[in-house]
Design a protein around this ligand. Structure first.
Ligand code: ZN
Length: 69
């Protein structure tokens, strides 16, 4: 078996972190770039989302685990 982790900078705080590319919270921009977000930034953003009546972003339990390939 083989595994892969995506190591890239968070689109909000810029801190590099390891994630599972299939489950990490992400956002595709109009120019085609895709940003990923670390758990701390997602959790920090959720109270503001709730204030705006937006559903909170739920981080998948495997978002930080290596992906089997
Ligand atoms: Zn972050």
């Amino acid at each position: 078996m083989a595994y892969v982790s995506l190591i890239a900078a968070c689109g909000q705080c810029g801190r590099p972190f390891a994630s599972n590319p299939a489950y990490v919270p992400s956002l595709r921009l109009a120019d085609g770039r895709q940003l990923i977000f670390c758990r701390a930034c997602v959790e920090a953003a959720n109270p503001e989302r709730e204030r705006r009546s937006l559903p909170p972003i739920v981080v998948h339990p495997f978002a930080s685990e290596p992906q089997e390939i």
